[in-house]
Design a protein around this ligand. Structure first.
Ligand SMILES: Nc1ncnc2c1ncn2[C@@H]1O[C@H](COP(=O)(O)OP(=O)(O)OP(=O)(O)O)[C@@H](O)[C@H]1O
Length: 533
């Protein structure tokens, strides 16, 4: 992965080190610098927003503050003193509480029990004392928490309040909220914003991670933008006060999604789109629940030979769209057609026979059975079907031959077709799955994050294959969180946010301008300029 080496555009150099100081911190994982020489100050009385695309390094940075991992280089300070946060309890002892995106509460316990769980300083405190303190907290911070309610029966917003209350009962000095609004309703997010203001007025420092620019601007006192592990820029209270919302959003979009001047952008693939429409989606909707985003009125179409990119921050409905197209998720409304034929009610197998293929991002658990040989995995979606089964009887030689052909055609590196697929590298598993999906008469291939987690060489090969598939006249839906990938391969790019398609833009070679338009929509901002769908 290319690493940012640009000089941070520190719009507002900070004075003092704040309650927490992050000093030149670097964290590496095999093949990637997740956090690259980042310095920040966290101040009491401020909501410090951390923004960045998927993979920018936010969680890794938060993980170091929460004591889940330690920096490889650089150091942290606590009230000016150099400190090590070598474990989650060290972080808690230092007064740092972290509310993760997924609840850490026990759903079958009551609110009261969750509040007192594992909090050493008030071991077995009289219930009356906690009840009284909770009354104060409820009043001061607008919490609505029935102490005797079963936690799992409360709304996600209320469950989050329990975690915030837990931090307050511990007298934390720093509260980290990791993508805290992603599961909340718009009203829940507003309430959290108001609550954060009250918390910082009470002297707390809040670190708030979000992907939404409007929230960053409205709730944040200070905004830091991470990009490819490095600090791309920071906007302090004075900077933000001097800007209108539009100016601030433009600046943040530039920091988050812009490329450095002079950076080479990938060459745009020549379009191979033909006249005929292979896939048509009209007003497609699916039901959501507290864990899964519903899709709302999605309409799009795809020509033979065309690549339609689908951009979006992870978790904005892209996977649900792929599943709804593949027949793995029921439609609540709308219509899907392939070659003009309505397949809205067709099963997965029926859609496959019509030529609709889907490569999941979950290569090992959803896409294949790791313990099964490669050969079995190549026919996993054809069980019981000829030519691999005749009259219900498996034909192992036929399957083995099919697998050997696929291995040769897709250059899968494996000792033989009998090797369990789980022993292969990510890139080689990907090749097997691609070979499986392209067999027979494929018309449309839906890829969900096809290059995620692959090494650079395999990323390159996968992209070439996708372009080659389109050049053979198949329609491709390419879902990716990587804007560079989408802009290198797609004819048009649909941007998803909040379970909707916010716009479909033609990849017209306008490079940076288009990139910023897409970034803006991904981060929940309305498209201001005229769409060129
Ligand atoms: N435990 C790990 N092992 C290997 N690589 C990791 C690990 N954790 C993170 N990474 C990599 O480090 C980079 C930064 O990831 P990180 O999760 O910190 O980003 P993020 O900004 O939080 O992204 P998101 O918004 O998707 O949560 C990514 O390339 C990621 O793949």
């Amino acid at each position: 992965m290319a690493l940012a080496t640009e000089t941070p555009t520190n719009l507002s150099p900070q004075k003092g080190t704040g309650i927490i100081g992050v000093h030149g911190v670097t964290k590496r994982f095999p093949g990637v610098i997740a956090v690259n020489n980042v310095s920040l100050s966290i101040h009491p009385g401020e909501v410090h927003v951390l923004l960045g695309e998927n993979g920018a390094g936010k969680s890794t940075l938060v993980g170091m503050l929460a004591g889940l991992q330690e920096p490889d280089e650089g150091y942290l300070t606590l009230e000016g003193q150099k400190t090590r946060l070598a474990s989650p309890s060290a972080s808690l002892d230092a007064g740092i509480s972290t509310v993760f995106q997924h609840s850490m509460l026990v759903p079958t316990l009551t609110v009261f029990e969750n509040l007192t769980l594992g909090a050493p300083w008030y071991e077995r405190p009289p219930r009356a004392a906690i009840t009284q303190r909770m009354e104060e907290l409820k009043r001061d911070f607008a919490l609505s928490l029935p102490l005797d309610a079963i936690t799992g029966e409360l709304s996600l917003g209320q469950q989050q309040q329990i975690e915030i209350a837990r931090a307050l009962l511990r007298d934390s000095k720093v509260l980290i909220l990791d993508e805290a609004t992603s599961m909340l309703t718009p009203q829940g997010a507003e309430e959290l914003g108001a609550r954060m203001q009250k918390l910082v007025q009470g002297g707390l420092a809040v670190i708030f991670i979000t992907h939404k620019l409007a929230e960053a601007y409205r709730f944040g006192t200070r905004i830091s933008v991470l990009k490819q592990g490095a600090l791309a820029g920071e906007m302090g209270p004075e900077d933000l006060r001097g800007m209108s919302e539009d100016q601030a959003v433009d600046e943040i979009v530039r920091l988050m999604f812009g490329r450095e001047a002079g950076a080479a952008s990938a060459e745009l693939r020549a379009s191979t789109a033909r006249a005929e429409t292979v896939l048509k989606v009209t007003d497609l909707s699916t039901r959501g629940d507290s864990n899964v985003m519903g899709l709302q009125n999605i309409s799009l179409d795809l020509k033979a030979g065309e690549i339609l990119g689908v951009a979006g921050i992870d978790g904005n409905g892209q996977k649900q769209l792929a599943e709804a197209l593949a027949g793995q998720r029921a439609l609540a409304g709308g219509r899907v057609e392939i070659d003009g034929e309505d397949i809205s009610l067709a099963s997965v197998a029926q859609r496959r026979r019509k030529g609709l293929r889907y490569l999941t991002d979950d290569r090992l658990s959803e896409g294949s059975v790791g313990a099964f040989p490669i050969s079995e995995n190549t026919v996993l979606k054809d069980i019981g079907q000829p030519p691999f089964w005749t009259n219900g009887i498996e034909r192992p030689h036929r399957i083995a031959q099919h697998a050997r052909d696929l291995i040769a055609k897709f250059s899968v590196r494996t000792p033989s077709e009998t090797t369990p697929i789980g022993r292969l590298s990510g890139g080689n598993i990907q090749k097997v799955l691609l070979g499986r999906e392209l067999s027979g008469d494929a018309r449309v291939v839906v890829f969900n994050k096809p290059t995620y987690g692959l090494d650079l060489q395999n990323i390159d090969t996968s992209r070439q294959r996708i372009a080659e598939i389109a050049s053979r006249g198949l329609g491709v839906v390419l879902i990716s969180t990587d804007l560079d990938e989408l802009m290198a391969l797609s004819d048009r790019i649909a941007v998803m946010e909040g379970g909707r398609v916010r716009g479909i833009l033609r990849n017209d070679g306008s490079g940076e301008v288009l990139r910023l338009r897409i970034g803006r929509m991904m981060a929940g901002e309305e498209e201001q300029k005229q769409a060129t769908a």
